[in-house]
Design a protein around this ligand. Structure first.
Ligand code: GLA
Length: 727
């Protein structure tokens, strides 16, 4: 059983296969956090130590007990107003204008299955796969209630958290801050691993000590952002890929967020993740509820590889949805880097015609097919087909492409709008803009006010009109700027707009998926600017980065792999010299790098040499052979491409009968030493045969001493080895 309540000890214990999470209702009704870590039995309240701490106040009902202070005790959901001066998870502005709440225990419910959240993404599970714990807390002074949700998925080693705040007051209150998850550790010394970056260079890895003084990451951009990813890892300072304790904290949310980590005055660690509290002041009328977006937690005592594998398996099978969830995704050719805005229907058809022979399965028509859109100055918002530019009807083009045996996909940017568009001329008030101020433009565009239902309704209808034109099996859903000027004409409470925007976006995606259940959505925001677990609920793959340079991609995909399944990583082979970096890399290297994700091409197949075409055929055949292993196998990072001269990774099938090892040389030097790749996760005492050389290796030697990579001339060589277990 995943969830146990002990009446005697007043503890709630959540067990997964390899972890235990425990909390306790104490004598005053506070919900204290006792333990999260390696699976164990017993009551961990012995960890709580009490001493009189100067300048750490005491709850009134503790009377003369000066050793009892919320400033010191580990908590499930610390609030402003109880004497805890660390960063709070919840701040409420009450009807009378006062700040504060003091939540005390009311009761609990345990049920089979996993809770869902209205209008928000959430991990899902069958009733026999998960349990839900709900704990009710109440502020005695105001009657405001909060229900904490815990989802426990034992076999996946995942615990999820959410909360619902209910305003039982007679008037309006404001939620000024709500962090979904708070993790308090009374002892230990930890590192924080975060994923920072920029457009076209997302998810670099930073590992720092959690020290005195808050370390805060987040986004105030209205999207989860290229700059920081809403996912953090807390790791023991000795923790490596293979050993040691670590915790993943991942936010299922695609808007502004805040992640905090800090050691307090006694060296205790607090880590929190949830909504950004900047420009956030969410009104709750009497009787209204607010749901905090979900956070997913996982613990591994076997290092970072296992932690990532927990998230990969959990997100791939219990967060991603739809027909394509368990399918190897179609190998696509995208028109963007092939032709940018400069194409007609015949050019797109010719891309398809040339690609089909090589094994491509889907043609994606990117930006430029609608409205007046020959560059990025105009047209966004006008979701009707520019037949004049195409030289034919869209339905005709789709039929021609389907006739070749290819699927057809198309690009949208539903949230974007250019001032030079019919939509803007008709509804200038539908954009986010502060009356009387010039809005900030980015890529010459503004943002539609997705916090308003009539805007969502309009875009939904406009998209449906296009999607109804023919057999469109895929949509690339883009978003090419950060939000600014977050003022909506739809409300008087501007502090709700950024969150309502995200709810509007999720609503639109849900409506599109409900109407077209077989449609494959690929998320995108200038590449990986909205690569978060929330988005994966709607789009089971996301274009990982606008940077398709194979060498940069090795690093971007390495960082991405910490938190996200390989099946969700949009990754393509593009032309050389690369359009983002000017770098020249071998075709084979671009192929091997793109095979660490959903596979495809982003180039004009007509311009390929016969030799390249032959390579492309081989690559596609290889991906078709190993696609399932790549998308569902256990993923291991074999090197750190930020610090080593080779980038390498491995896919191991669940039954350990086969593995695929990939390596890209990132540097070349005179008289190169040999690089040995130490493989991971193999069963002891077995033999594996490598396919091309037919050489047989002992699994222990492959893991202990490694596999030597050839020493070759030339930059950016790459290698792929497929092994099969022979005994
Ligand atoms: C974004 C995407 C690209 C492409 C362009 C089109 O930058 O990330 O892949 O779709 O928009 O404008």
């Amino acid at each position: 059983m995943g969830i146990i309540f002990s009446e005697k000890e007043k503890t709630f214990t959540l067990h997964t296969a390899n972890s235990t999470y425990q909390m306790q209702v104490d004598a005053y009704g506070f919900l204290l956090h006792l333990y999260y870590g390696r699976r164990t039995e017993g009551c961990m309240d012995y960890l709580l130590c009490y001493a009189d701490r100067g300048f750490s106040g005491n709850p009134y009902d503790a009377g003369v007990d000066r050793t009892y202070s919320m400033d010191v005790l580990p908590q499930e959901l610390p609030t402003h107003g109880t004497g805890d001066y660390r960063s709070p998870a919840v701040v409420i502005r009450n009807v009378d204008g006062s700040y504060g709440c003091d939540f005390r225990y009311q009761g609990y419910r345990i049920a089979d299955g996993k809770y869902a959240l209205p209008g928000l993404p959430a991990v899902y599970a069958r009733d026999d796969e998960a349990q839900t714990l709900e704990i009710d807390l109440k502020d005695r002074a105001t009657g405001v209630e909060i229900t904490l949700f815990y989802g426990v998925l034992p076999s996946l080693d995942l615990i999820t958290r959410s909360a619902c705040v209910r305003n039982n007051e007679a008037g309006k209150i404001y939620l000024e801050k709500i962090q979904t998850a708070c993790l308090d550790w009374v002892g230990g010394a930890y590192d924080l691993i975060t994923f920072y970056g920029r457009h076209a260079m997302e998810r670099n890895v930073q590992r720092t000590r959690i020290a005195h003084g808050a370390q805060v990451i987040g986004s105030r951009r209205g999207t989860s952002s290229h700059q920081y990813n809403p996912m953090m890892i807390v790791a023991g300072q000795e923790t490596t890929e293979e050993s040691g304790s670590c915790y993943a904290v991942s936010f299922l949310y695609s808007g502004s967020f805040k992640g905090e980590a800090e050691q307090d005055q006694f060296g205790q660690t607090r880590v929190q993740l949830g909504l950004s509290d900047e420009l956030f002041s969410y009104p709750l009328e009497a009787g209204e509820c607010f749901y905090a977006p979900e956070v997913v937690l996982s613990y591994s005592d076997k290092g970072l590889s296992r932690l990532s594998q927990n998230l990969h398996e959990g997100f791939r099978t219990h967060l991603c949805r739809g027909k394509y969830r368990d399918l190897v995704r179609p190998i696509l050719l995208n028109s963007w880097e092939a032709s940018y805005f400069d194409f007609d229907g015949e050019a797109i058809y010719q891309f398809a015609k040339n690609a089909v022979d090589l094994g491509v399965e889907m043609l994606v028509l990117d930006d430029g097919w609608f409205g007046k859109r020959d560059d990025d100055l105009s047209g966004l918002g006008d979701w009707y087909v520019n037949e004049e530019k195409l030289g034919e009807k869209l339905e005709h083009l789709i039929d021609r492409i389907n006739g070749l045996g290819l699927k057809f996909g198309i690009w949208f940017e539903p949230e974007g709008i250019n001032e030079d568009s019919d939509l803007y001329r008709a509804h200038p008030d539908w954009v986010l803009a502060v009356p009387g101020r010039d809005p900030v433009r980015a890529r010459y565009q503004l943002v539609l006010d997705f916090s308003r239902k009539e805007v969502i309704d309009y875009i939904f209808e406009a998209m449906c009109k296009v999607l109804d034109k023919g057999n469109i099996e895929y949509v690339k859903w883009d978003m090419n700027r950060s939000l600014s000027d977050c003022f909506s004409r739809g409300t008087k409470d501007q502090g709700r707009v950024m969150h309502d925007y995200v709810l509007g976006l999720y609503d639109l995606q849900e409506r599109i998926l409900a109407r077209y259940p077989n449609l494959l959505l690929e998320g995108c925001s200038g590449g990986g600017g909205r690569f978060d677990a929330g988005m994966l609920y709607y789009t089971p793959q996301i274009w990982c980065s606008d940077n398709s340079d194979a060498i940069d991609r090795v690093r971007i995909q390495y960082g991405t792999s910490f938190g996200y399944p390989i099946s969700t990583v949009g990754s393509h082979v593009s032309a050389t010299p690369n359009h983002q970096t000017g770098r020249v890399t071998p075709f084979a290297t671009r192929g091997i790098t793109a095979m660490a994700g959903t596979f495809g091409y982003e180039l004009d197949p007509r311009k390929l040499s016969e030799e390249e075409k032959a390579e492309m055929r081989t690559q596609i055949a290889t991906y078709k052979r190993y696609g399932a292993l790549i998308q569902t196998g256990a993923y291991f990072r074999l090197t750190n491409p930020f610090t080593e001269e080779v980038g390498a990774w491995q896919f191991l099938s669940k039954d350990q009968s086969e593995l695929l090892v990939n390596a890209v040389m990132l540097e070349i030097h005179g008289n190169m030493p040999v690089n040995y790749l130490r493989l991971k996760g193999l069963p002891k005492g077995c033999l594996y045969q490598e396919e091309s050389s037919k050489a047989v290796y002992a699994s222990d030697a492959l893991m202990e001493a490694g596999l030597p990579l050839p020493v070759e001339m030339g930059e950016y060589q790459s290698y792929q080895f497929h092994f099969t277990k022979v005994s």
